[in-house]
Design a protein around this ligand. Structure first.
Ligand SMILES: [Zn+2]
Length: 386
């Protein structure tokens, strides 16, 4: 409730400003402060804060000196999540005909943010558009509009607004624009318009040659069309784009190579990729392929060698599984015990984390649900993760 203490202070500061003005002008203010002030205080004491706000707003409406106080009060309410009150204060400001242009546009920007906070995106959008027309607070207005279009999944408008923002700020935004094009590709795909989806993916790659998501989408569409060779080249591109995502392509890549009977080529490629980047998922995939191709002994020997340099619970668990296939008696019981002990370590682990804000989750988000950054959520690296 501490905020309520500020209201009388704010009201009083308005009164002081008005009073000193009046004194300077050598006239007496005919504004009856005391009656409004005590009425407001009364409402406060009777825990009728909304009525108190109305009264204090009127008290504050002395002259332009109090506009800053209004703005500060409205922002405080918004930050506290009391958006209704923030909206009332900012609307009240905008309704005043005596505001200077700068004061009015500042109030528009604040009110737009109140609407955002209250989830009234349509109203917020029209205010930010108004600011663009007035050519005032352009960069913050564009940023808020991008946020709105992302929330509404209106990717065409998000693209146009982000491009305008890039022109205003000089920031590089290609990786974000590529993500929007991937979103459009996903929408087209959901609508059954594969040709458009393919085009959007090409646009995404033109925008950002490092767009992993575009390669993954391209691979999926090629696989659906039965064009495994094209899918393989899309998936193999990911290694150059961002090796952190290599674990994402192993499964579909293996499926494509199996379909074409290219198992040895696959093992060759993965061995080279593993030598370049390491990674536990890659190691385990390789071990699985070696096991199928050359047998248990070779796979177990490969995993054991890797575990010496890169200890991991997942590696150990796979090694135990291979050993279980050929062991009996007490040895087998011990291995089963180990496996049981390792199981909780592998269960319920988040597989992805945001490099920007630390958000973790079980699925890959291209836009972080926590901080809303694009391309920052990646497979987790470490002993228990990737
Ligand atoms: Zn994040």
């Amino acid at each position: 409730m501490w905020l309520w203490l500020l209201l009388p202070v704010a009201a009083a500061s308005g009164w002081w400003a008005a009073r000193s003005d009046a004194l300077r002008r050598g006239t007496r203010s005919d504004f009856n402060l005391s009656s409004h002030y005590f009425k407001g205080l009364n409402y406060l004491l009777n825990e009728q804060p909304d009525k108190a706000i109305e009264v204090f707003i009127r008290v504050l409406e002395v002259d332009n000196d109090t506009v800053e106080t209004h703005l500060a009060l409205g922002n405080l309410f918004r930050r506290r999540g009391e958006t209704d009150r923030a909206i009332r204060i900012h609307q009240n400001l905008i309704a005043r005909p005596t505001l200077s242009r700068a004061q009015r546009t500042q109030a528009l920007l604040e009110l737009g943010q109140d609407y955002m906070r209250a989830g009234l995106l349509d109203r917020a959008e029209s205010l930010f558009q108004e600011l663009l027309e007035l050519d005032d607070h352009v960069v913050p207005a564009l940023r808020q509009l991008v946020d709105i279009y992302q929330q509404e999944k209106d990717w065409d408008k998000a693209i146009a607004t982000t491009q305008r923002l890039a022109t205003s700020t000089g920031q590089r935004v290609n990786h974000v624009l590529a993500q929007y094009r991937c979103e459009l590709a996903e929408q087209a795909r959901a609508d059954g318009d594969t040709a458009r989806a393919v085009r959007m993916i090409e646009h995404a790659l033109e925008e950002d040659t490092g767009c992993v998501r575009a390669s993954l989408l391209q691979g999926e569409l090629a696989m659906e069309a039965g064009d495994y060779a094209a899918a393989i080249s899309a998936y193999r591109r990911v290694e150059q784009q961002d090796a952190d995502y290599l674990s994402e392509v192993l499964e579909p890549l293996t499926a494509c190579c199996n379909a074409l009977g290219q198992r040895e080529e696959l093992i060759d490629y993965l061995q080279q990729a593993y030598a370049r980047h390491g990674g536990i998922t890659l190691m385990l995939t390789l071990a699985g392929l070696l096991r199928a191709q050359y047998g248990d002994a070779q796979a177990a020997e490969f995993i054991t060698r890797q575990l010496h340099t890169l200890p991991s619970v997942r590696g150990l668990s796979q090694l135990i599984e291979i050993k279980l296939a050929t062991s009996q008696g007490e040895m087998r019981d011990n291995l089963l015990l180990f496996q049981e002990l390792a199981a909780p370590l592998l269960r319920d682990r988040p597989a992805y984390s945001c490099r920007h804000c630390g958000f973790t989750g079980k699925s890959l988000h291209w836009q972080c649900p926590g901080c809303k950054h694009w391309n920052t959520v990646k497979p987790i690296q470490g002993v228990e993760g990737e």
